[in-house]
Design a protein around this ligand. Structure first.
Ligand SMILES: Cc1cc2nc3c(=O)[nH]c(=O)nc-3n(C[C@H](O)[C@H](O)[C@H](O)COP(=O)(O)OP(=O)(O)OC[C@H]3O[C@@H](n4cnc5c(N)ncnc54)[C@H](O)[C@@H]3O)c2cc1C
Length: 406
């Protein structure tokens, strides 16, 4: 149930393990929070939001390899994270070292400007963070490294301000990427859009492997008999669940809570705002981190510059024209072009982009198993140990499939 990345990954893994799969999705299109659409105003294919992956996201790479779309991701051959500080005009690029030893922080030329070797010891505190710690409490707010590295990393990965974000969720991200060396933290983005890389190839692969896909099917209820779900209730149709059938519920947390009131789910959602601008030229870089402005990251795809602002609660309440104007000033400054009125733009406010990734919500993330023996949970909000990301969603789908087929 649900054809976001968790549901798609669960379906793919189930088919790989020999199961016959029926995938149901309430929307007209699959992809959930990771999707593309044609924007008539800009006459371009846009994503609902920029999605950055790292080469160390092993479950996602496995999923893409299986559905034969790994080549639809692009990124630099070596890990590089360019930044600009709009207040000072300084620019720098983080280039992690090849192996697990972070030699780059020993080299004054390669370190983030204004930081000392000692500052980087704060990484150890994040790697061992307790469940109650926020990022701010863990790494402290003093120092340039906090402002130039931990803040953009934490706000981007957790979609939460540093004084709220759960430090515990950053440890696994660091361990699986930066701590393993440059080959594991190469940035990757979808060359022609999220649907082209993550969704369409999976649907094709699933159909080619005998799965049936049912869009516009909103699950309304899960009637149960004893400890088992007995049917899928779609309102005007109902599908009975046989003795050997299993249900993977890969819907958003609030839908899961409505369908299964006994399941505990994280409380609250956090917004992400994306602004897409049609440029009169093609952008050169792939992406760039921005400090000292409203914009946080800019991604370039051909002649579209797309800006991400995470933890964007107050911003998401602003009027679109005012937002576009404010964000465009940052883009223009970054590109060194005249500011003023923005070019044609599209603002997308995802008010429920991720669950609130705060310490109090960590215990509220359920595992795959439920009190019903034939129902399993998947979704980026379940207890993956990771932040709510594509990697978390895909891993949750794999875990649910494994549990369901055990
Ligand atoms: C703007 C934005 C930027 C992001 N940036 C990044 C990033 O840079 N890197 C990264 O890794 N992650 C990023 N993410 C997070 C990533 O998109 C999500 O973690 C992931 O897509 C979640 O997938 P999911 O399958 O768990 O949930 P969803 O995508 O929400 O999928 C749930 C599916 O269930 C369907 N559904 C709902 N109700 C029902 C029902 N009753 N019956 C049937 N189907 C139902 C929904 O329509 C949906 O398709 C971003 C998210 C957003 C919104």
């Amino acid at each position: 149930m649900g054809a976001g990345l968790a549901g798609l990954a669960g379906a793919v893994r189930s088919v790989q393990r020999g199961a016959k799969v029926c995938l149901y999705e309430s929307a007209l299109r699959a992809g959930g929070r990771c999707r593309s659409f044609h924007d008539a105003k800009l006459d371009r294919t846009l994503d609902n939001g920029n999605h950055l992956l790292l080469s160390g996201n092993r479950a996602t790479m496995d999923y893409l390899r299986t559905v034969k779309s790994l080549d639809r991701l692009v990124g630099p051959p070596r890990a590089a994270f360019p930044f600009v500080d709009l207040r000072t005009g300084e620019r720098w690029c983080i280039r992690p070292s090849r192996g697990p030893v972070p030699w780059w922080i020993c080299n004054r030329q390669r370190r983030i400007p204004g930081t000392t070797l000692r500052d980087y010891a704060s990484a150890l505190r994040l790697l061992t963070a307790g469940e109650a710690a926020t990022v701010l409490a863990c790494v402290g707010d003093a120092g340039v490294l906090f402002e130039r590295f931990w803040t953009p990393l934490a706000v981007g990965a957790l979609n939460a301000p540093v004084h709220e974000g759960a430090a515990r969720l950053l440890g696994p991200v660091l361990k699986e990427t930066f701590a393993k060396g440059e080959a594991y933290c190469r940035p990757r983005i979808a060359r022609h859009g999220l649907s082209d890389a993550f969704v369409v190839p999976a649907l094709t692969w699933l159909r080619d492997h005998g799965a049936s896909i049912h869009l516009s099917h909103r699950l309304r209820a899960l009637p149960s008999e004893g400890s088992r779900v007995a049917a899928l209730d779609f309102g005007n149709t109902s599908v009975s669940i046989g003795e050997h059938d299993r249900v993977i519920l890969a819907v958003p947390s609030w839908v899961a809570a409505m369908l299964l009131p006994d399941v505990t789910v994280p409380e609250g959602q956090s917004a992400i705002v994306n602004a897409h601008f049609l440029l009169p030229f093609c952008g050169a870089d792939l992406f760039l981190g921005i400090l000292g402005g409203t914009a946080q990251w800019i991604f370039f795809r051909d002649d579209v510059a797309s800006v991400t602002v995470s933890a964007a609660g107050p911003l998401a309440r602003k009027d679109n024209d005012a937002l576009a104007y404010a964000i465009w000033q940052d883009v223009a400054k970054t590109l060194g072009i005249a500011s003023g009125a923005p070019p044609p733009f599209r603002i997308i406010k995802e008010k429920r982009a991720t669950f609130r990734q705060v310490p109090g919500n960590l215990k509220r993330r359920p595992g795959a198993a439920t009190h019903l023996e034939n129902v399993f949970l998947a979704g980026d909000w379940t207890n993956t140990g990771l932040p709510a990301t594509i990697e978390g969603a895909v891993r949750s789908g794999f875990t649910a499939a494994q549990a369901a087929l055990r």
